[in-house]
Design a protein around this ligand. Structure first.
Ligand SMILES: Nc1nc2c(c(=O)[nH]1)N[C@H]1C(S)=C(S)[C@@H](COP(=O)(O)OP(=O)(O)OC[C@H]3O[C@@H](n4cnc5c(=O)[nH]c(N)nc54)[C@H](O)[C@@H]3O)O[C@H]1N2
Ligand SMILES: Nc1nc2c(c(=O)[nH]1)N[C@H]1C(S)=C(S)[C@@H](COP(=O)(O)OP(=O)(O)OC[C@H]3O[C@@H](n4cnc5c(=O)[nH]c(N)nc54)[C@H](O)[C@@H]3O)O[C@H]1N2
Ligand code: SF4
Ligand SMILES: [Mo]
Length: 669
């Protein structure tokens, strides 16, 4: 074992599971990466995407040095420069822009490339620096804000069940979630429940690989889930199975909500959702008579015009059935609100209040921005209205800096590219959004080339610009200590020393955990049912259907082999992903004379992308599906589905409508 070292770390990617991992290092080189078998939630398994993460860190196209643009914007032509040259050019440009246009003309655009609390979007990476400069704030609404907002309206928090407690459930609704692709460690707990007789239902417009494993699949019309929730509750009321004691003790607005439920008989719900009334009835009967029932609803569900309302209303279900009384009952969306780090955005460093720019509105909100600073994000691949974003990024008067690991489509538009470290090369503090553990990531190796972490890049830039605010220079370990020092009881006994030694620590929540058995974190302590007339918001696709030249509702779910656009350049994962496909129901294919494997243009007024038709009854008539995550420039036609995703705000949290767009399919010439 001489010269061999085992370093504990965590997967940084935007995935609920945040796996604990072990890197084996020999003579300064990382030679092996495997899941940590001791961690109770992830238990040693990584996933198809991350198993070869070490190879990815050593990939040929990794960006290793600062770069300056030499060709036209979008061409991806660069020359290598030194860090000093890069910092100097950036300093001059930032100061010039702040002096001429005000600090708010700078947009620090931070994405979800890493969920680290030091290097990534869950913490305050760079925020102190931006505040000293007076830059605009950035609202990372791209992923889960609509659902979070809906849940907080009902429960006072977006957090709910401990996903491990799904093992205790007797009825599991996998509602707008595809865990076998998007966070597979939940599945062991589902299987444990199944072994104890639980019945598992997948509610999804697509018969996914998760739906294949469920006892039943309900192919819901996209964006109509709140109506289904009301229909199921209608059956619960008809059975008189509501938990009157829980309703009286722990909820408010019941009388009004009860009327709302009664105005949604199953026949009406069947018409809205496309699910046969008999299926709504039979699931309603199961819901009425099975305790505990657990609902797993994740982000896919809320990528619709009514996505916030969907989560708000689904969250009412366990309020009516009283499932929150029992471990194994209730609902799980994200565990992030169970994490109580001390996240201080240091607004005291601002001279004056500044505006907030919205991540999903780059196409329209870049108009008066003079510096776009992209880190851990790939807007050209992942944000709505890709063509409009490209037009913005091509502007000569926009100074664009991209901190990246790989030459993405967004990098192609940068004036300056800064090489970023990967997870095995920097410190970070993590929490899962699908479990209750905190994790520490210790760097295993030295960064290759001249890559720097996010924290170190901002420290060096602050120094280069002569900034004097002391907290700009806090070290990674100091930043981690600050995050852990909130004093919240869930962090009692959780120290940085312990995290560094053990790799992961469970927060102080009971096992098993029934978070709202005694009440809710709302001002009144009660669950708040949705008010009259606000329990269902139809999707964009339903509002315009029949009146549009684009009759098909497009869902763009997670790809099995990519994580958002991360790994979109990985040769092995691209080989496994094969060419892009669009799932089309046989009836829709026949109506257009399309044959299996035929390449089509998927298009609407916003743009188009190319995909090969896969004729399949995995989608219902009127619905087509094509996964997210491809790099446009590595895809036939140079575009991915975000060319047809409109920049449109949903009902809450300005949530984007990635799964709520109308398209037509035409034969590609
Ligand atoms: N392999 C892989 N894993 C990932 C990701 C990835 O890109 N690839 N992305 C990560 C990220 S960033 C996130 S936020 C999570 C998201 O995790 P999920 O929420 O599981 O992701 P999605 O695939 O967007 O949506 C889940 C399912 O919801 C369905 N759906 C879409 N619209 C509706 C609807 O209106 N009603 C219902 N009932 N279902 C609907 C979709 O068909 C899809 O099968 O996954 C993370 N994990
Ligand atoms: N059509 C469609 N589009 C979607 C979705 C959908 O369901 N359908 N889902 C949306 C969702 S849920 C999300 S969360 C967004 C994600 O959108 P983004 O936040 O833009 O995430 P990615 O596309 O994965 O791009 C992240 C980039 O960060 C880089 N990166 C990783 N780690 C680091 C680091 O430590 N430092 C730096 N500087 N860079 C790093 C990676 O190389 C990668 O290029 O996409 C959204 N886009
Ligand atoms: S992407 Fe998710 S499942 Fe895969 S290693 Fe990372 S945390 Fe684990
Ligand atoms: Mo996400």
């Amino acid at each position: 074992m001489s010269g061999e070292l085992r370093v504990l770390g965590a997967c940084p990617l935007d995935c609920p599971d945040t796996c604990s991992w072990i890197v084996t290092v020999e003579n300064g080189k990382a030679v092996k990466l495997r899941g940590n078998p001791d961690q109770p939630y992830t238990r040693g398994a990584l996933c198809v995407k991350v198993n070869r993460y070490l190879e990815h860190t050593q990939a040929e196209d990794r960006i290793l040095y600062p770069l300056r643009r030499t060709g036209p914007k979008g061409s991806g032509q660069f020359e290598r420069i030194t860090w000093d040259e890069a910092l100097e050019e950036i300093s001059v440009r930032l100061r010039g822009i702040a002096a001429e246009h005000g600090g708010e003309a700078i947009w620090p655009y931070l994405g979800t490339g890493t969920l680290g609390y030091l290097q990534g979007c869950e913490g305050v990476a760079g925020r102190r620096f931006w505040n000293v400069l007076g830059a605009s704030k950035h609202w990372l609404n791209i992923c889960s804000s609509a659902g979070g907002s809906g849940l907080r309206r009902t429960n006072g928090t977006a957090a709910g069940m401990d996903p491990e407690n799904f093992a205790l459930s007797k009825l599991i609704l996998l509602w707008g979630t595809n865990p076998l692709t998007t966070g597979h460690h939940l599945w062991k707990f589902v299987q444990d429940a199944k072994a104890n007789g639980a019945y598992v239902v997948a509610i999804d417009p697509i018969r996914t690989r998760t739906a294949d494993q469920a006892d039943e699949h309900l192919a819901i019309r996209p964006g109509t889930d709140a109506a289904l929730a009301l229909g199921l509750l209608n059956v619960v009321l008809a059975e008189n199975a509501q938990d009157e004691e829980f309703l009286a003790a722990h909820t408010e607005g019941w009388a009004e909500f009860r009327q709302e439920i009664l105005s949604h008989p199953i026949q009406k719900v069947a018409e809205i959702t496309g699910i046969p009334a008999a299926a709504v009835h039979s699931l309603g009967m199961r819901l009425a008579h099975t305790r505990p029932t657990a609902i797993r609803a994740t982000q896919g569900l809320q990528r619709h015009a009514g996505g916030g309302t969907a989560l708000r209303t689904i969250a009412a279900i366990p309020g009516v059935t009283g499932d929150w009384r029992h471990p194994g009952g209730g609902m799980a969306y994200s565990t992030s609100d169970h994490v109580h780090f001390d996240i201080d955005t240091r607004d005291d460093l601002l001279d004056k209040p500044v505006r907030t720019l919205v991540m999903t509105k780059a196409a329209s909100q870049l108009d008066d921005v003079k510096c776009l600073w992209v880190y851990a994000a790939n807007p050209v691949g992942s944000s709505p209205d890709a063509n409009a974003i490209r037009r913005q990024l091509a502007r000569e008067d926009l100074f664009t800096v991209v901190m990246e690991q790989f030459p993405t489509d967004t990098v192609d538009y940068a004036d300056i590219v800064l090489p970023a470290t990967m997870q095995t090369e920097h410190h970070d503090l993590h929490a899962g959004y699908g479990h209750l553990y905190l994790l520490w990531n210790e760097p295993a190796v030295e960064p290759p080339g001249e890559c720097l972490s996010t924290t170190e890049t901002f420290r060096r830039l602050a120094a280069h610009m002569g900034m004097t605010e002391p907290s700009l220079y806090d070290s990674d370990l100091e930043l981690a200590e600050q995050l852990l020092s909130s004093g919240h009881p869930s962090l009692d006994g959780v120290t940085l020393d312990r995290l560094r030694k053990e790799g992961w620590v469970r927060m102080n929540y009971p096992v098993p955990f029934a978070p709202f058995a005694e009440g809710f974190p709302t001002p009144s302590g009660r669950l708040r049912f949705p008010p009259s007339g606000q329990a269902y918001t139809p999707p964009h696709t339903a509002r315009t259907a029949g009146r549009s030249a684009y009759p098909l509702a497009l869902v763009t779910p997670a790809s099995h082999t990519f994580l958002n656009t991360t790994f979109g350049n990985n040769p092995e994962l691209r080989r496994r992903a094969k060419d892009p496909v669009v799932l089309v129901n046989p009836a829709d294919a026949a109506a257009r004379g399309l044959t299996d494997g035929q390449r089509v243009r998927v298009h609407n007024d916003g743009g188009e992308f190319l995909a090969d038709v896969e004729i399949s009854d995995r989608v219902a008539p009127g619905v087509v599906a094509s996964p997210k995550g491809r790099w446009p420039k590595l895809t036939p036609g140079g575009a991915n589905p975000n060319s047809v995703v409109a920049e449109r705000d949903g009902d809450m949290g300005r949530g984007p409508g990635f799964h709520d767009n109308l398209v037509e399919l035409s034969v590609s010439l």
